[in-house]
Structures are given as C-alpha cells and as structure tokens.
Write a protein that binds this ligand. Structure first.
Ligand SMILES: C[S@@+](CC[C@H](N)C(=O)[O-])C[C@H]1O[C@@H](n2cnc3c(N)ncnc32)[C@H](O)[C@@H]1O
Length: 337
C-alpha cells in the first residue's frame, strides 16, 4: 500500500491549469503572484515561459521544499514567501504592480492526505487541521470552546442542521477525556446524527469542513486576500480565483459583480458605484469549470469554480461593503472560546 503520510508519494494535478494559462497567456510574459503555491504546479508552468516572473506565497512551511526546487531552475525570476495572502502587500516589499494574481483556494492533497495533520476523518493520531501560521488548532477548539461557539461554527461554516446535538455531545465526551483524534470526533458525529440516507457525502464532512474553515479563518483570508490583490494588480491586470466551496464562490461573485463597471447600486450595502467609483471592468458573471476529462483524472477537481476579473483604471479605494456583506462569518471566525 502507498504511504500517504509522505507527500512525495502523492501525485498532484494542478486544477484547471490549462484554463489558467489560457487566461494569462504567459507566452507574452508578465509579473505574476501565485498566492497559493502548494506543490508549485501553477508557478512552475508559468515560469516555463521565459518572459515571466513569479512571486509565490504559501502559509504552509512544508511547501518551501518545492519552492526551493523551483528556485534552482529560475533563480532570477522566482521568489517564495511563507506568508498568508491576507497580508500580501505587507509582505511583498515592492512598489511595482502585477499583471496576474492567482488564488487556488483550500487545502492541498499534501495537507489532506497527511494523517498526522488531522484533516482526514481517518487520523488516529491527530485532529489539528492547521494549514500554517495559525493561532489555534482544531484540537484546542474542540476541547476548550463553549457549546454555543462550537454550535455556531458547525452550523454556519458546515451548514450542518444537527450542529446543536453534535456540539452538545462534544462537550459531554470531552468531560470524560480529551478528544484527541479525527477518528474520535467522527465517532461522536456519527452518534449525534440521525441515520443519513444521503450517502453522497460522509456523515462527518460538514463538521470537519466547518472546523477547518474556522481554524484557518478561511473566509477572512479570502476577503482580505481579494482586497490586497485589488491593491496590487495593474490596471488591465487580472485576478483569478479558483474556489471549491459555495460560500467562497459567493464571496468572489459578490466582490467582482458589485465593484465592476456594469453594476451600479444593487444592494442596500453598497454605495452608488455608477459615478466611476468602481474597481473592475465589466463583469459577465462567467464561471469556468473543469472539463470532464480533468474530473476523471482528478476527482477532487469536480467542485472547482474559476472566476476572473480585470482591474480598471480607477484608483484603489477600500471596498468596505464586502466585509459588511459577510460580517456574520467574519465575526464567528474572530471568536475565541
Ligand atoms: C489547492 S492548494 C494549491 C495548489 C497549487 N495551485 C499547485 O498547483 O500546487 C492550496 C494551497 O494554498 C495554501 N493556502 C491556503 N490558504 C492560504 C492563505 N490564506 N495564505 C497563503 N496560502 C494559503 C495552502 O497551504 C495550500 O498549500
């Protein structure tokens, strides 16, 4: 059997690479930021075009070894930062602006399949779920947070209807002994849920997803990352986002749609943008999805959605309404105990 705990044994397919290359057309060169380096699939493909330059980021220190390999081949055109993309402009010490900024969201296979990191239901040793540069692990959340907060996390980020019973049983079980592995947590979830005849997803999926989002503050990261990218992209440059979760896609869609030129005031949250006070060119609300061939080759790509947008000439202004619109998610992500 393959040893999945070692990332070297995991085959990797960058999701929608052809589609990303088609949008960027790197044969013409350009300055790129790869906000989610992972194994470096995108960075490597872009750098194979001689006139390109790539700055890559990843919050996971374990990706550094892949970055070092790429650095050997492209010494002058590639640099890597072990940083979160929510702090893009703070970490990239440059006055220059970029042609393309790419986000390929979520966790990588390297993270999910490494049982020691506790992302998977099958980990007997851990329930950690930190991608990197976090303040808290899932273990601490499960063993110290109040039932109210656990309930809010599981309901809001997992869309789990039985969150109350799951959070109550977590509290009851941890009184007996600390919950120390994903397998233990999956057992508690199974006990808490009514028989599930919808066998499409594992009974624990929603709760695990919710904890992962909370631990990594994934929605705050995305919202701040999009705002940072908008600051750093050139006029005429493109921001490209691949998301795997419907709420992530909702955030991207709201931002692109409501700050584009073809959208004037559409919601009570928004100022009237019709007076040239926009950040992006016209947005057609187009979603690119993987081909059926790609889905056969890489099943994990099936929920991917790609959106991209072009920055317009207007000066940057802070899009406060993006945060206002999703404030309930940001508030829960900021909660402690
Ligand atoms: C789906 S993988 C990207 C795979 C990559 N495109 C490739 O071709 O190998 C997502 C990566 O983004 C990183 N990541 C997720 N959120 C991040 C954040 N807020 N800041 C920086 N990196 C992040 C994860 O650690 C993970 O390595």
């Amino acid at each position: 059997m393959k040893n999945f705990s070692s990332p070297q044994h995991i085959s990797h397919y960058p999701v929608m690479l052809d589609e990303v290359l088609k949008i960027c057309n790197p044969i013409n060169g350009g300055d790129f930021i790869d906000c989610t380096f992972g194994y470096g699939g995108f960075s490597n493909a872009i750098l194979s075009y001689p006139k390109t330059k790539v700055i890559a980021l990843d919050r996971d220190i374990q990706t550094k070894k892949y970055a070092e390999k790429i650095k050997k081949n492209y010494k002058d055109r590639f640099s890597f930062y072990n940083k979160k993309f929510s702090e893009l402009s703070k970490n990239i010490n440059t006055k220059k602006k970029f042609d393309f900024i790419i986000f390929d969201l979520g966790a990588s296979n390297m993270q999910i399949l490494n049982l020691d990191r506790g992302f998977s239901f099958n980990s007997k040793t851990s329930i950690d779920m930190r991608m990197g540069l976090n303040s808290i692990s899932a273990n601490e959340v499960i063993n110290s947070y109040s039932q109210q907060t656990l309930n809010d996390i599981i309901r809001l980020f997992g869309d789990e209807k039985e969150s109350f019973k799951i959070s109550k049983n977590i509290i009851n079980e941890r009184k007996k002994s600390p919950i120390s592995s994903s397998v233990d947590l999956a057992g508690i979830i199974k006990k808490s849920k009514k028989k599930d005849f919808n066998k499409k997803i594992n009974i624990s999926t929603k709760t695990f997803q919710a904890l992962r989002i909370f631990v990594n503050k994934e929605f705050s990261e995305l919202i701040n990352g999009l705002i940072e990218a908008t600051k750093l992209i050139k006029s005429g440059g493109k921001i490209i986002v691949i998301s795997f979760h419907s709420l992530e896609d909702k955030i991207v869609k709201f931002f692109f749609t409501n700050y584009s030129k073809n959208k004037s005031k559409v919601s009570r949250y928004l100022p009237d943008l019709s007076k040239g006070n926009t950040l992006f060119e016209n947005y057609k609300n187009k979603i690119v999805i993987p081909t059926s061939e790609e889905i056969i080759k890489n099943k994990a790509s099936r929920s991917a959605k790609l959106r991209y947008i072009t920055r317009c000439k207007n000066d940057f202004f802070y899009p406060n309404d993006l945060k206002k619109k999703f404030i309930k998610y940001l508030e829960v992500e900021d909660r402690y105990v």
